[in-house]
Design a binder for this molecule. Structure first.
Ligand code: ZN
Ligand code: ZN
Ligand code: FE
Length: 755
């Protein structure tokens, strides 16, 4: 006889691990117990040596689908003479670093029960098990047990309790267990809050089928749903939501439907059907039943598959007609999560509300990804991914909080070698987002049982996250320059040791010279960077407004290049407005200097007559990318790198001249392709200069500009041809959603040096 203590670490809680261990031990005739301890699953097993060896082997070989084992440690104990194997109660005192799993799409077993008339949960819209269902979105505290979730509002019926307490049942300790007798219920509600009689799903499907708009309460918030094949329905949704062109995502019944409408690679089909169920940006086929107004002017369509029983039932009732499923908000506000809030905020937008009584505690938007040469590019990392930890090879000795940026905010907490990145919080300009932000930081602290005394923040003095960092009591506060954080984020993702060349190209970030940076070549590591080169400064007339009005940047660049300013003003802009902007530029009033590549994209998009006014962030650049992707081959424009200055400057004046020549000669469509190629040439030129003087050959690509997958692929290929090792983001977005990870990495390096 022998007894062993075995600790299993990783994502092993809330994923059916304990029932799996119980079944395994029972099968091998072993006695002992298994217990969640917060940071691990602890097992003590007793039996003969052969069976114990088999136990350890099979433990690692066949864990439940959602489990991810990171380490297993075993040690010998004195046998106690246990008779049977038990699942012991979690000891709350042990909870040190509870790893809350992300929300999981309905599993295959639940799905077949959902449509099985003989099953007691037939068509029950909240069917879940240990392998699927809501997680982060319903957690209110630690540890992850039913009382600590919004399911605490529901008392289990006897049948459910029987399953919950039966170790051999798939729903053993499924904290979200429910059935029609005891669990949450759907309701169809009209404007004003009155319940509508009849089956709520039938009512909703009927409204959508007749061209109406339904607010559907999902996992992390409300969606607005309508018929994606109806131009009239989509137009109504746009008009009511005040959303001019911003693309909507669609929900399709299954992979085959996605293949019918779009080209789908192997990797894309994996992403679409993964348990995280993100929105995947796909290439639509030319002939499509999807209304063109769903994603106007773009070469990609956001597609997702159903991920909750409500979605499956709705898609089924819609006879498989594609649905628009867009965030339930008015323009750029955070999505609604509460029934009353949804009723008031979506009044005038939705014709019907499909609500339920399971509370959403954590607002969590859909994740958005695309495939780039077989690798995932995160546009938004949120539902289904957060808060699964990323590894932080540097590690931290003290728990550290990174507060993130201002737009597309995420925050992150580091503990040891793990970085827990939050879901997408959104733009902290919005008070609702800011409230959720502070509350969710506290929730993460509870889940991880830490109160970080080290706080990293963006050096921008006016970010709401920066102010929050200063309000907190902290032992150490570490300000991190925006683009340094971007570079560190990519370094951290790849665990790169030693200095790199970091291309940090984005819209805007605060620079220590009080200019707005955004076209940077930084050299260094997580501890410190030096600015090796940047794009030439030009005025940013009107600050943030310039990002919404690309023609302003066109004017700024033309004036900088000595061109004719009349050239830059599109007919849609009034002469008086143009002259105000000219004065801003001339007098340098409300016109800080910027090196932003994002704004250079805007200028070129306007000069190519692709976009003069953007109705959503990044629209001009996205449309310019779509045009460029059509070009077969293109020659770079001229540009100059001035290496007499330190940092070096990339002169954009010849580039603008070249664009103007194409414009005069009516070659508007060539501009987009040539511009992309020019940026790749700039990247190669500057990186070669840095390699020549500093011997560095590793390059990281980061910043929101690298959401542009056409540019990313181009730059990567060109640099690789020149012998550079190129790293890009695969686990967090290259944009500001990935900043918090970079801030953690910088803080870890600073603290390590301090010791
Ligand atoms: Zn399930
Ligand atoms: Zn029940
Ligand atoms: Fe940025």
């Amino acid at each position: 006889m022998e007894r062993r203590a075995i600790d299993v670490r990783g994502t092993v809680q809330g994923v059916g691990f304990r029932p799996f261990v119980h079944a395994l031990a029972s099968r091998l005739g072993l006695a002992g117990f298994v217990r969640n301890t917060g940071s691990a699953v602890s097992i003590e097993v007793e039996g003969d040596r052969g069976a114990l060896d088999a136990f350890e082997r099979e433990l690692c070989a066949g864990p439940p689908p959602l489990a991810r084992i990171e380490s297993v440690t075993a040690s010998r104990l004195t046998p106690l003479g246990d008779r049977d194997f038990q699942i012991a109660v979690s000891r709350v005192a042990d909870v040190a670093a509870l790893s809350i799993p992300a929300d999981v799409a309905t599993c295959a077993a639940c799905l077949s029960e959902l449509f099985d008339p003989a099953n007691r949960r037939y068509r029950y819209p909240f069917i879940t098990c240990t392998n699927c269902g809501p997680r982060l979105t319903i957690v209110t505290g630690a540890p992850y047990d039913r009382p600590q979730t919004t399911m605490a509002d529901f008392d289990m019926c006897d049948a459910c309790r029987g399953e919950y307490t039966n170790p051999s049942d798939r729903r053993f300790h499924a904290e979200t267990i429910a059935c029609a007798a005891c669990g949450p219920r759907l309701r169809a509600v009209a404007a004003g809050g009155g319940t509508i009689a009849g089956d709520p799903l039938d009512v909703a499907a009927a409204v959508i089928s007749s061209g109406g708009i339904v607010a559907v309460k999902g996992l992390g918030g409300f969606h607005l749903a309508c018929d994606a094949t109806s131009d009239a329905a989509v137009a109504a949704l746009r008009a009511r939501k005040h959303r001019d062109d911003k693309p909507f995502a669609v929900m399709l019944r299954d992979l085959q439907a996605a293949r019918d409408l779009c080209t789908v690679s192997e990797r894309e089909s994996e992403l679409l059907s993964s348990a995280a169920r993100p929105i995947v940006l796909l290439h639509p086929r030319t002939k499509s039943v999807i209304a063109t107004s769903v994603a106007p002017g773009l070469d990609r369509l956001g597609v997702m598959l159903p991920y909750t029983p409500i979605h499956y039932l709705l898609v089924d009732l819609m006879r498989h007609r594609p649905l628009v499923m867009t965030s339930g908000n008015r323009s750029d506000e955070p999505i609604a999560t509460e029934n009353a809030d949804a009723l008031s905020r979506l009044e005038g937008i939705a014709d019907l509300w499909l609500v339920h009584d399971r509370t959403i505690h954590v607002r969590c938007d859909d994740s958005v990804v695309r495939d780039l040469d077989g690798e995932t590019l995160f546009i938004r990392r949120s539902r289904g991914y957060a808060p699964a930890p990323l590894s932080l090879s540097a590690g931290v000795e003290e728990a550290t909080l990174a507060v993130g940026g201002q737009l597309k905010n995420t925050f992150a907490i580091a503990r040891g070698h793990h970085a827990y990145l939050s879901h997408h919080i959104g733009d902290l300009d919005d008070l609702r987002a800011l409230d959720a932000y502070e509350r969710d930081v506290t929730l993460f602290e509870d889940l991880l049982s830490v109160r970080p005394q080290v706080v990293a923040y963006d050096a921008h003095p006016d970010y709401a996250s920066t102010r929050y960092a200063h309000q907190r009591t902290a032992g150490a506060r570490i300000g991190v320059q925006h683009h340094h954080a971007h570079v560190a984020s990519c370094i951290a993702e790849h665990g790169i040791e030693g200095p790199v060349i970091g291309l940090a190209w984005d819209g805007a970030g605060w620079g220590p010279d009080e200019c707005i940076w955004g076209g940077e070549f930084l050299v260094g590591d997580c501890r410190r960077v030096e600015r090796a080169a940047h794009f030439r400064y030009v005025p940013l007339p009107g600050g943030d407004v310039a990002a919404r009005e690309p023609w302003r940047m066109a004017l700024s660049h033309i004036l900088d290049a000595g061109g004719d300013p009349a050239e830059a003003v599109p007919p849609s802009v009034e002469a008086s407005a143009a002259s105000v902007v000219r004065q801003m530029i001339a007098r340098r009033k409300h016109a800080p200097l910027t090196s932003s590549v994002g704004r250079l994209f805007d200028a070129v998009a306007s000069l190519a007559d692709v976009r003069h006014i953007s109705t959503y962030e990044g629209q001009a650049a996205m449309q310019l990318e779509a045009v460029a992707a059509l070009a077969r081959s293109a020659a770079a424009y001229d540009f100059a790198v001035d290496d007499s200055t330190h940092p070096m400057t990339i002169d954009t004046r010849q580039l603008i001249d070249g664009v103007l020549v194409d414009r005069h000669e009516g070659r508007h469509r060539a501009i987009a392709g040539r511009f992309h190629v020019t940026l790749a040439a700039v990247a190669v030129d500057v990186c070669r200069r840095i390699r020549a003087t500093q011997g560095l050959s590793r390059v990281v690509l980061t910043g929101g500009v690298f959401f542009n997958s056409y540019l990313t692929a181009l730059v990567e290929r060109r640099l690789a041809c020149e012998g550079f090792a190129v790293y890009r983001h695969r686990r967090v977005p290259p944009g500001d959603g990935g900043l918090s990870l970079g801030q953690l990495a910088v803080a870890a390096a600073v603290m390590k040096e301090g010791r």
